[in-house]
Structures are given as C-alpha cells and as structure tokens.
Design a binder for this molecule. Structure first.
Ligand code: SAH
Length: 368
C-alpha cells in the first residue's frame, strides 16, 4: 500500500485517524518511534492527520531554527557520469545527453555571482566524472575558500574512496551530500545496477562522518517498487545515522532511463516523509528539494511548511542548465541566477518564513 492512497483519501475512519494523530504526537514528544508505529502512520495517514503532521514538524523545526530558511548556491559543474543509476537522466548510458563540464574559472565565476547575490554556501554538484582528479577538486576548493573565507563549501560528487574524501576535507570542504537513496538493500539494487552496491553507499556515508564533514544523506520518495515498509527503513536509518542534512524529493520519471513510464511521485506523499524525517532528526537541515517545485508549482513552499528549512537556488551558467536534467521538466533551467535569488526569496516570504543569508551550519556545528 502506498502512502498516496491514504493521504488523498477524504473518507477516513475516525478511530484510525485519532490513533495516527496520537502516534504523531508521541513521536514528536519523544523524537523516536517504533517500526510498527511508523508503518501504521504511513498506512493510515489521511488528509486531516497529514495536516497535523505537517504542523507538528514545522513547530519542531522552529525549536532550533525559528522561521529561518537557509540559502545554498547550487553549481552543477559536470553532467558526465560513469554510474548507471536507473532513475537518473544523466546516467552514463544515456546517449541523448549533451555532456558538459565547467572549468575552474567558470566555477569561480559562479561563486562570484553567487557571492554578490549574498549566498554564503556553495554546493558543487556533479555526476561521477573522473576527469576531475582529487587534486583538481582540492585545488578548486582551496581557491574558493581563499577567495571567500566566510563561505562554506558543500560537495556532492558521489561515491569516492575515503582517501579522496579526506583530500577534499583537508582542502577546506565543509560538507558533503550523498543521498543514501534508500535504506533497503533490495530496493537499492533495483535502483542501481552493478557495480554500485548498498554496502559501498553506506561505507561512503560512514567514511564522510568519520572524516568530520557535515554529512547529508537523503532519499527519493515514490521510486519504482518502493513500499511503505521501505520508507520506514529510511526513517529508522536516519534516526540512527542522524545526518546533518537530509535531501528528500519525489521520484520524477525521466523517459531516457530504464524506468521510462514509471509513476512520478506526488508532493503530498513527499511532504509526509519530509515531516516524519523532521520529527526523527529535529536538528537536521532539510532542503525543500527543487524536484518538489517540479511536481507542484508551490511544492517547495509546501515542503517548508512541513519542516524543511533550506533552499538551493541555482547559479549554474544558464547556457548549460538544461543539460543537467536529472529528471523531466526540471524547473529554473531558463532563469538567471539573480532571478532565482529574488524568486525564491519571494516564495519564502509568501510562505511566512525569513531568508537567512548566514552560512547556515547545523546547530551543533556552528563555526565561530
Ligand atoms: N552524483 C551525485 C549527485 C547525484 S544527483 C551523487 O551520486 O550523489 C543528486 C540527486 O538527484 C540524487 O542523489 C538523486 O536522489 C536525485 N535524482 C536523480 N534522478 C532523479 C529522478 N529521476 N527523480 C528525482 N530525483 C532524482
């Protein structure tokens, strides 16, 4: 049974609804839950109990971050990728992709523009592109940190050996995003062909934590074959791992992948997962994923109203944006960085929150 069948169900049973609401309250009070209770929530959530969940998650977020929403400037620096993730539009085997990679100078230009727009975190994200050696990445990180010492750098560059992660960290990289994608080994293997493995993904996440990065995990909601039981595994994994950041977005079908024709997830089912993640990881930084804005014009606002507290506007050069197409109908591909900056601020304010232009570290990792 998928969450959506319930969250959009108007005719809910009052006793079941009351039980779901009391489980949500209990979860919020203890910041913990059992596998059985989480599954009960997912299997029985209704429109009314979902609204209660969103509000509770929002209040939890406010405990640590008030009404602040942090901004991250996203630089999509390469769409070359050696991996074959079955859901991803820039997978190695998609010959329809027009491949690009930015030079160091182009990346620095993105940072300059981003800095002028007020951003204090740069997120460098790319496919797993071996053209960039560890030394090249370390050199880019060093130069950005020398030029903008008041800024944080987040890298999102896939699976690497621990020694490579260590080099990025030593060069000054502060944070690393590597979504775990799913905490179910079986589903992981359905989503990722060999040689990728669940064990290596988990090893990478543990290595990143050991090294001292602020680490971002995360997962897609509604990916092909995912069940509510799988989603409960995600929640329990996150409760245990306590990532500093957690990216949660809807799976959006891309037709140039083996998952062509699969169902795209909805904003409501994703919101349920954002909110539950907030209750289990109260201090985490949770982005309102761009994919939320693809499945619903006000999807990112809805994520903010369900416990998210970060947005990641793009500063990728407009000339290449459309080429970084992870999923269909990605938004913001035609906009200038300055447009994204004011658009997103307007959306945050309209939703009732305040833009915070500080570095926005995890509350337990604040610098100075
Ligand atoms: N190579 C990096 C960056 C991957 S792209 C890495 O491996 O971490 C960033 C995220 O986009 C992925 O982690 C994945 O969760 C998400 N993504 C990719 N394809 C998607 C799709 N079709 N729908 C929704 N999200 C997708």
């Amino acid at each position: 049974m998928a969450i959506i069948q319930n969250v959009e169900n108007l005719h809910s049973d009052k006793t079941i609804e009351d039980k779901v609401i009391s489980l949500i309250d209990q979860l919020s009070a203890t910041e913990n839950s059992t596998e059985k209770d989480l599954l009960y929530i997912l299997n029985n959530i209704s429109k009314k109990s979902a609204l209660h969940l969103y509000k509770t998650a929002r209040e939890k977020s406010a405990l640590y971050y008030e009404d602040r929403v942090y901004m991250r400037a996203l630089i999509e620096f390469t769409n070359y990728c050696k991996q074959g993730c079955n859901y991803c539009g820039i997978r190695a085997f998609n010959s329809n992709v027009d491949r690009y990679r930015l030079s160091k100078e182009e990346i620095l230009d993105c940072c300059k523009e981003g800095y002028e727009l007020g951003y204090k975190t740069f997120v460098m994200q790319g496919g797993e592109d071996n053209f960039f050696s560890d030394e090249m990445i370390a050199d880019i990180i060093k130069t950005i940190k020398e030029t903008y010492p008041d800024c944080a750098i987040t890298l999102s560059f896939g699976e690497k050996p621990k020694e490579s992660y260590q080099k990025y960290f030593d060069a000054g990289c502060d944070r690393y995003l590597l979504r775990h994608e799913t905490a179910s080994k079986e589903l992981y293997e359905h989503l990722h062909p060999k040689p990728m493995s669940f064990e290596n993904r988990m090893k990478c996440l543990n290595d990143l934590k050991d090294i001292g990065f602020q680490v971002g995990a995360g997962y897609m909601v509604g990916s092909p074959r995912q069940t509510n039981e799988d989603l409960v595994k995600d929640l329990l994994f996150l409760k245990e791992f306590q990532p500093h950041m957690c990216g949660i977005g809807p799976y959006v079908c891309h037709s140039d992948t083996p998952f062509k024709g699969e169902r795209t997830a909805t904003v409501e089912e994703t919101r349920v997962m954002v909110a539950l993640t907030r209750l289990l990881c109260p201090k985490a930084l949770l982005p309102a994923a761009t994919a939320m804005g693809t499945v619903d014009p006000v999807g990112r606002e809805k994520a903010l109203k369900s416990g998210a507290n970060v947005v990641m506007p793009k500063v990728t050069p407009r000339s290449v944006r459309a080429k970084y197409e992870l999923y269909a109908d990605m938004i913001c591909v035609d906009d200038e960085a300055s447009h994204c900056r004011s658009c997103i601020e307007g959306r945050i304010n309209m939703a009732g929150y305040q833009v915070d232009l500080q570095r926005g570290d995890h509350v337990d990792c604040e610098v100075e």
